[in-house]
Design a protein around this ligand. Structure first.
Ligand code: F6R
Length: 250
């Protein structure tokens, strides 16, 4: 794993956007794997700024998102489908029918995962996958204990994840209990991966990630086995890692 140390959230967002823009310029029909949550918002803002100024074209780009809640309609402002339109798709020239998110109407819809796998395969696989990390080490919504060989499937959210995401809902009971998430094995097939880590809340898990072996209790640890992972982390996220004895820094 390559680590790019940046000062701030803003710098992380700029550096991530630059890598994505470079990817699109090199391969205009790139398949981009996208994440939601708080972390990538600044990256998407930089992509929008670049699109407005430099007209980088998304006409041929295809996107596949990591995950979506089960039980929220696409027009629900808390759905990831809505988020992606608000944060990115409505502001660039990507055709709507080239943007995909996994979706399942209910937890019984097991074929939804298989269909998403087939879709990603039919697009030729993911060129560049953007990831955030949960405070518990999840990637996508693959919670601790998920098999590393998991394909895209319906998952139960950890209570800590529901609590972390409750900030977007008016009350805890509204936070869905299940989601459909791209599998760990699917994420690992991406040709290149960028992991964005920002803020003091992520400092403990980033520290653990660097000090742990690859184990299913810490889903992000599998990234150590991927040949092309870049972590972009800001000073707050690096604060514990930089202090800890025997760290990659010392
Ligand atoms: C989002 C996703 C999650 C988030 C993670 C961090 O699509 O798959 O793994 O990346 O929960 O969320 P934030 O960025 O809100 O801290």
């Amino acid at each position: 794993m390559k680590l790019i140390e940046v000062q701030s959230y803003d710098e992380m967002s700029k550096v991530a956007a630059e890598i994505m823009i470079e990817q699109i310029k090199t391969k205009p029909n790139s398949v981009l794997g996208l994440a939601t949550g708080g972390t990538p918002i600044g990256t998407y803002q930089n992509l929008i700024k670049d699109f407005t100024k430099n007209k980088t074209s998304y006409e041929k780009v295809m996107t596949v998102n990591l995950d979506e809640y089960i039980g929220l309609e696409k027009d629900n402002p808390q759905s990831y489908s809505y988020y992606m339109k608000e944060q990115l798709f409505n502001h660039i020239n990507i055709p709507e029918n080239q943007t995909y998110l996994p979706s399942a109407k209910s937890v019984e819809e097991e074929e939804a995962g298989r269909n998403y796998e087939k879709l990603i395969d039919s697009l030729g696989g993911i060129d560049l996958q953007i990831l955030g990390i949960g405070e518990n080490g999840h990637i996508g919504f693959n919670e601790p204990g998920t098999s590393f060989s998991s394909p895209t499937s319906i998952v139960k959210l950890a209570e800590s994840t529901r609590e972390a995401n409750a900030r977007y809902f008016t009350k805890m009971e509204e936070v869905p209990t299940h989601a459909i998430s791209m599998g760990i094995s699917t994420i690992m097939k991406s040709r290149k991966i960028i992991l964005l880590v920002s803020g003091v809340k992520k400092a403990p898990i980033l520290n653990q990630l660097f000090h742990t072996d690859v184990k299913e209790d810490l889903p992000a640890s599998i990234l150590k086995k991927h040949p092309d992972v870049t972590i972009i982390a800001d000073q707050e996220a690096l604060s514990i890692l930089k202090e800890s004895k025997g760290s990659v820094y010392s």
